[in-house]
Design a protein around this ligand. Structure first.
Ligand code: MRU
Length: 350
């Protein structure tokens, strides 16, 4: 994570140890604003309203949210109710369930008086582990980028990514971005095509912000441009993150990912999915069983950004109703390989 200021992780405990500090991603890239979450409700709002987002980051925020609930009331009833409440903040990323279950498993057998402290410690450990997982994903994917560089030593290698699967979406490094950051740091010339990722624009606002901070050359493109660029030979590989990979290898990720996978398949461009084991859902057999989040139509019909005088303004783009499914599913057959902390795998879940 490269960001001016004192903090080195996208989420961490507050100085008094009783809350969690996150970046308010709704303000990026215009303003770097850290906010402190001080109770479970604040954590739930931050997840639901996407102050924070991305599968591993949603899980980490929920883990701290559960710890905060237990600090107020450590009873069995509170544990069950808080886990259930946080579980329903967003439906698609499986890391949310994973992180809540990890905390619940840790504290369930303990006497109530010891639960809050143990829950905070488990949330801290989830964050520490996420950093290590993403770093290892970076190491796995780095070899792919070295190979691409060896094939095209005279020009930068071009990676296309969708949405934000960077350090804003994790605790550090990111998943899809980790190999890119490591390759760039090693001196491999990398250029990233950044899908703008309508309607929330995680690519244009967040991934571009990260890459700019890290000094990685990049270009924001309209979501519909990737197919043409692949056809023109301007994309060497697609690397995306994911919110859930099912037992058969289907990949759920930000809406529009599937179309990129189709275009990649048609143009013989390798399509890689980067994920830690915390995003693998062995209990769900295939992608059609994943709950796809439907978000408010206003995300599509309105645009928000700074006006000339710097104040944040919302404008209307259409007066018609809008449908806004937030994720889609890419069938396993379109995935070239999964970049994981254990290496680059042709198949997942073995
Ligand atoms: O709706 P979002 O912004 O939470 O969706 C995020 C994504 O789809 C990411 O690509 C995914 O969570 C991978 S994050 C490492």
């Amino acid at each position: 994570m490269i960001l001016q200021g004192e903090y080195t992780r996208s989420i961490m405990r507050t100085q008094d140890g009783k809350g969690a500090r996150i970046l308010d991603q709704r303000q990026l890239p215009w303003e770097v604003r850290w906010v402190e979450l001080r109770d479970m409700e604040a954590a739930a709002i931050a997840i639901r309203e996407m102050w924070t987002r991305g599968a591993p980051m949603v899980g980490a925020t929920a883990a701290y949210g559960l710890a905060m609930a237990l600090a107020e009331d450590p009873s069995d009833e509170s544990l069950l109710a808080a886990r259930d409440y946080l579980f329903h903040t967003r439906p698609t990323a499986v890391n949310l369930r994973w992180a809540l279950d990890e905390v619940a498993k840790t504290v369930g057998p303990l006497p109530p008086a010891e639960r809050a402290q143990a829950a905070f410690a488990r949330a801290d450990a989830i964050c520490d582990e996420d950093v290590e997982l993403c770093r290892a994903i970076g190491e796995s994917g780095l070899q792919l980028l070295r190979d691409l560089h060896a094939r095209h030593p005279d020009r930068p290698i071009n990676i296309l990514t969708h949405c934000n699967a960077g350090w804003l979406a994790t605790v550090d490094y990111g998943t899809a971005t980790a190999p890119i950051y490591l390759a760039h740091d090693e001196g491999i010339p990398v250029h990233v095509w950044v899908d703008e990722t309508r309607p929330r624009n995680q690519g244009a606002l967040l991934t571009a912000f990260e890459l700019r901070n890290h000094g990685v050359p990049h270009t924001v493109i309209a979501d519909n441009a990737g197919g043409l660029l692949m056809m023109q030979g301007k994309v060497d590989a697609v690397i995306v993150g994911t919110d859930r990979v099912t037992a058969n290898g289907d990949v759920c990720n930000k809406i529009g990912t599937y179309l990129k996978a189709l275009a990649a398949h048609d143009n013989d461009v390798p399509f890689y999915v980067a994920l830690p084991y915390t995003t693998f859902d062995a209990d769900t057999p295939s992608g059609d069983a994943i709950p796809i989040e439907e978000r408010a139509g206003e995300e599509l019909t309105q645009a928000t950004g700074p006006a000339g005088d710097g104040t944040i303004t919302t404008i209307r783009l259409t007066q018609s109703p809008a449908a806004n499914p937030a994720f889609d599913v890419t069938p396993a057959r379109l995935v070239t390989a999964y970049i994981t902390e254990k290496g680059v795998l042709d198949r997942i879940g073995d």
